[in-house]
Design a protein around this ligand. Structure first.
Ligand code: HEC
Ligand SMILES: [Cu+2]
Length: 345
């Protein structure tokens, strides 16, 4: 009885988890990325050989079991054979050949995905407990938790960490490289379809490891260049309502020591860069949609919703204060860039 109850409960939870997952089709077999195309090709070839070997071995096994089974009143051991040179040479050479082919294909794949194309934009990725900083040195632009990239161009990453070991991974695109404090690791990938790709820290790094996510937003090249140009020139707009103005004041007092908003006195670097936060599709390192109903509890007490978050709680803020902050953060926008309607991949 207990077993039935427990297993139904497990199935129910699994169902809920799947239903709750807003992310579509997170897979390393996404062939719209050159790296994953190489890797999936190798995977299917290897699977093909494995299936062939499985069929031959099990076929021979089943055939022998049926064909040479004891029949009628046969008793004792059947006639014994010892050695068959031709057969033994054959079953050594064939596997050797298969291993050689797989070795060659694997080496080819490793070189193909390990060598970044000469052409490509550079991004410096820094992992923090529990969020990501992205800096584009060629454009002098910084974003956090959402990486904007151009479709059809390689993006080369220099990855490091400011605290513990993390791992940078956008499964549909490739990557997965450790972010190690004091060390720079390198990887690259390229998106061939526009969309919002899911990213996840892939190295257990503390209480909110599972909540250390990000998004890769791939847009047409022209839109990317426009975004970079606008982001580089960005200056936070002047508040247009008393509420935004109040939000700006509270931000300057309580938040500016950790967060940067380009074009203002807020230049903190302990937390994510919040310049053009209004353009963000997600919040809390890719965990929630960027909507007021999630932003308010986040500002009041982020550890309540994200265990281990390094952002302190603000119990002194009133409901009105928090709404003012939400209005202010939402006003920080680059006009003309709405990524929320891009397909999720
Ligand atoms: C002591 C430093 C510190 C202070 C002060 C601080 N924050 Fe944060 N904040 C952080 C850190 C660290 C994170 C990242 C937490 C995480 O995702 O694990 C963060 C994350 C955020 C995020 C989510 C950003 C994203 O990319 O998802 C918002 C929004 C935010 N803070 C707003 C505020 C506001 C508003 C205030 C002032 C009321 C404030 N913060 C004060 C450190 C701080
Ligand atoms: Cu991590």
């Amino acid at each position: 009885m207990l077993r039935i109850v427990l297993s139904s409960l497990g199935l129910l939870l699994l169902g809920l988890a799947l239903a709750q997952n807003d992310v579509q089709n997170v897979t390393v077999f996404d062939t719209s990325s050159p790296i994953n195309r190489e890797v999936s090709q190798l995977f299917w070839i290897t699977m093909g050989f494995a299936a062939l070997i499985f069929t031959v071995v099990f076929g021979a096994l089943i055939y022998s079991i049926v064909k040479f089974r004891a029949r009628g009143d046969e008793k004792g051991e059947p006639p014994q054979f010892h050695g068959n040179d031709r057969l033994e040479i054959l079953w050594t050479l064939i596997p050797l050949g298969i291993v050689a082919v797989l070795f060659a294909l694997t080496a080819k794949t490793l070189f193909a995905i390990g060598t970044p194309p000469e052409e490509g934009i550079e991004v410096q990725v820094t992992g923090y407990q529990f969020w990501w900083d992205f800096y584009y040195p060629e454009y002098d632009v910084r974003t956090s938790n959402e990486l904007i990239i151009p479709v059809g161009r390689a993006v080369k990453f220099e990855v490091t960490s400011k605290d513990v070991i993390h791992s940078f991974w956008a499964p549909n695109l490739g990557g997965k490289i450790d972010a190690i404090p004091g060390v720079t690791t390198r990887t690259w990938f390229q998106a061939e379809e526009p969309g919002i790709y899911y990213g996840q820290c892939a190295e257990l790094c503390g209480a909110s490891h599972a909540n250390m996510r990000f998004r890769v937003i791939a847009v047409p090249e022209e839109e990317f260049e426009n975004f970079m140009r606008a982001a580089r020139a960005y200056k936070a707009p002047e508040p247009v309502s008393p509420r935004e103005e109040r939000g700006q004041q509270i931000f300057a007092q309580s938040c500016a020591s950790c967060h940067r908003v380009q074009g203002t006195a807020a230049q903190g670097t302990l937390g994510p860069d919040l310049s053009y936060f209004g353009n963000r599709t997600t919040l809390g390192a890719g965990v929630w949609p960027n909507k007021p109903e999630y932003l308010k509890p986040w500002i009041m007490n982020s550890t309540d919703v994200k265990p281990g978050s390094e952002m302190p709680a603000f119990p002194q803020l009133t409901e009105e204060d928090v709404e003012a902050l939400v209005a202010y953060l939402d006003s920080l926008r680059l006009e003309g860039f709405d990524f929320s309607e891009l397909p999720k991949r």
